[in-house]
Structures are given as structure tokens and as C-alpha cells.
Write a protein that binds this ligand. Structure first.
Ligand code: CP
Ligand code: NVA
Length: 309
């Protein structure tokens, strides 16, 4: 553990750093601005502002959506990989934070070690937005909640079932369940449960969640079925073992038979079609995966507009 702290009013590192009211304000801005952005009628609220987008892992959605969002706000973005900045190796996290804070107006970072992102945020004077760490992926879950609410109305009282790994997405869903009043169920194989600290925090907060190892039982009556890859970025060497362990946790039409008749299917993408989810489900009538991908742009633009001065 390090003693570094993020500042919820400055950074966006974990969903539960924010109050429900603040999260709702961000989602409302995203909802309002979506049609304007689609018609290229958004006012340039952040002219001249620059967002540094730092990546230590690959990306399609996160990179493009943050860069486009910044442009839509009238600002611009810079893409930089860890190969160049070598944060923590070529130069300390502290010094990278201080230098970037003099040069840009915000930092978006996709990284492995979550604690280093927390350190970066604690030393930076500009907002730091978490674009995925090994621990969580808060911007994705904000876009997911926006998508759920577009299709099903309020998430309040709904049951969201993630079938798969207790990974960064599962952790962010647990964080969300601390704030939003929905039921979260994770159906995962034994040995693939979420982060212990996040589980304890959700439990202490009285969040409504359950961890089970039975996917069929988990999806009974579910309003939202959520999928992610069996192995995350950085776990490629475990792919074969995980494919075996997760075989009963595939999202198929048969599995979804017990879900609510109006259920929707989300996948953060990229999907390994035929592995964690079938083509039939991905391309089927309940799938909203591409609305979800688009909403990365709208949810994150609202986060940037809220944080960047
Ligand atoms: N869902 C998501 O974060 O996608 P990318 O890895 O392509 O950014
Ligand atoms: N759990 C996945 C999410 C990808 C968007 C990963 O970390 O690779």
C-alpha cells in the first residue's frame, strides 16, 4: 500500500471516489450532449486545452474516444506510450506528474499498476483520468450505466450479471454498486474472484452484490448480462488455462434463456467471438455492444468537461 490519495474533485480514478449525485450529474451531461455531439453542434467549452493520453497497453475504444472527446470540447490531445515516457523507470512517477502538470491540462492514463496511477494523480496538479488499470476500468462502467439507462430506464433496482472473470471490470462494477442502487452478480470460476479489498469495501458499504460459481442460476431474471474476455491484457500467457477454466462461463443463447425477456447484453469489447460470447448473442436482438462502445465517447467527454478547467 502507498499513502498516495486521489482527489475526487480533481481526478477520476475509481467510481466510488464520487458521490451518487456527482455521478448522476456527469451521466446527465453525457445524455444531454450526446445528440448535440452526433450533429456536430457541441459548443467548444475547452478551447486550447490539451489532454495527454498515456498508454502502456493497447486500445481501440479508449484512445479514439478520449481523443475525439477532447476535440469535440474544442481542445486537443496527445498520444504517448510508456515506451517514450518510461514512467517509474526512466523518470519517477512524481517527476512525470510534475512535468506533465506544467505542459498539459489533463492526463488520461491506461496502465498496469493501479497504485502508480494513484501516485501520479496525487502528485499531478491537473486531472488524472483512469483509462484502465489492472485493478479497475471506471470510464467503461460509466459508459455501461449510460447504455443500460438508455435501453432500460434507470439502473436502480435492476440486476446486472457479469459472467466471467473477477477482473478490473468486475471490480469497477462492485465500486459502482457502492453508489448506484442496483444488484450486481458475478458468476466466475473458483479462484477468479474480484479484488479482496474492493469486495470488503462493497460489503462494508452495504452494496447489493453476490459472487457465485453457477452462471445458469446467476442469469435467472437478469436485466443486464455483461461479458468480458477470459484473459485481460497482460495475462496472455494464461490464455490456454483460462480457456479451460472459463469454458462453462460462455455467454450463449442457451445460457440467456432464463434471463428477463427484455434483457440486454453488454460486452466492453474487444470480444473474442466464439470464446466468451457467441456470434449469435453478439449480433442478436438483445445485444447493445456498439451503443456501449459509442457511449465511451459521450460518458468520457462529460467526465473531461467536468474535470478540466
Ligand atoms: N473497452 C475498452 O477499453 O476498449 P479498448 O481496450 O479498445 O480501449
Ligand atoms: N479486462 C479487459 C478489459 C479490456 C477493455 C482487460 O483488462 O484487458
Amino acid at each position: 500500500m502507498n499513502s498516495a490519495q486521489t482527489n475526487a474533485r480533481k481526478d477520476f480514478v475509481a467510481i466510488d471516489d464520487y458521490s451518487l449525485e456527482e455521478l448522476r450529474t456527469i451521466l446527465e451531461l453525457a445524455r444531454k450532449q450526446k445528440p448535440l455531439a452526433r450533429e456536430h453542434r457541441l459548443p467548444a467549452s475547452h478551447p486550447g486545452r490539451v489532454l495527454a493520453c498515456v498508454f502502456a497497453k493497447p486500445s481501440l475504444r479508449t484512445r479514439i474516444s478520449f481523443e475525439v472527446a477532447m476535440g469535440q470540447l474544442g481542445g486537443r490531445s496527445l498520444f504517448v506510450t510508456d515506451k517514450e515516457i518510461g514512467m517509474g523507470k526512466r523518470e519517477s512517477v512524481h517527476d512525470v506528474a510534475k512535468v506533465l502538470s506544467r505542459l498539459v491540462d489533463g492526463i488520461m492514463i491506461r496502465w498496469f499498476d493501479h497504485d502508480e496511477v494513484v501516485q501520479l494523480a496525487s502528485h499531478a496538479t491537473v486531472p488524472v483520468v483512469n483509462g484502465l488499470t489492472d485493478l479497475n476500468h471506471p470510464c467503461q462502467v460509466m459508459a455501461d450505466i449510460m447504455t443500460i439507462e438508455e435501453h432500460l430506464g434507470s439502473i436502480d433496482g435492476k440486476t446486472v450479471v457479469m459472467v466471467g472473470d473477477g477482473n478490473n471490470l468486475a471490480n469497477s462494477w462492485l465500486n459502482a454498486s457502492i453508489r448506484f442502487p442496483f444488484n450486481f452478480i458475478l458468476a466466475c470460476p473458483e479462484g477468479y474472484t474480484p479484488d479482496e479489498g474492493i469486495l470488503r469495501k462493497a460489503e462494508a458499504a452495504g452494496a447489493s452484490f453476490m459472487i457465485t460459481h453457477d452462471p445458469t442460476e446467476a442469469v435467472q431474471g437478469a436485466h443486464v448480462i455483461y461479458s468480458d474476455a477470459f484473459y485481460s491484457m497482460g495475462q496472455e500467457a494464461e490464455a490456454q488455462q483460462r480457456r479451460r477454466d472459463f469454458a462453462p462461463f460462455r455467454i450463449t443463447t442457451e445460457l440467456l434463456a432464463g434471463a428477463d425477456p427484455e434483457h440486454i447484453v453488454l460486452h466492453c469489447l474487444p470480444a473474442h467471438r466464439g470464446e466468451e460470447i457467441t456470434d449469435e448473442v453478439m449480433d442478436g436482438p438483445h445485444s447493445v455492444v456498439f451503443d456501449e462502445a459509442e457511449n465511451r465517447l459521450h460518458a468520457q467527454r462529460a467526465i473531461l468537461a467536468t474535470l478540466i478547467k
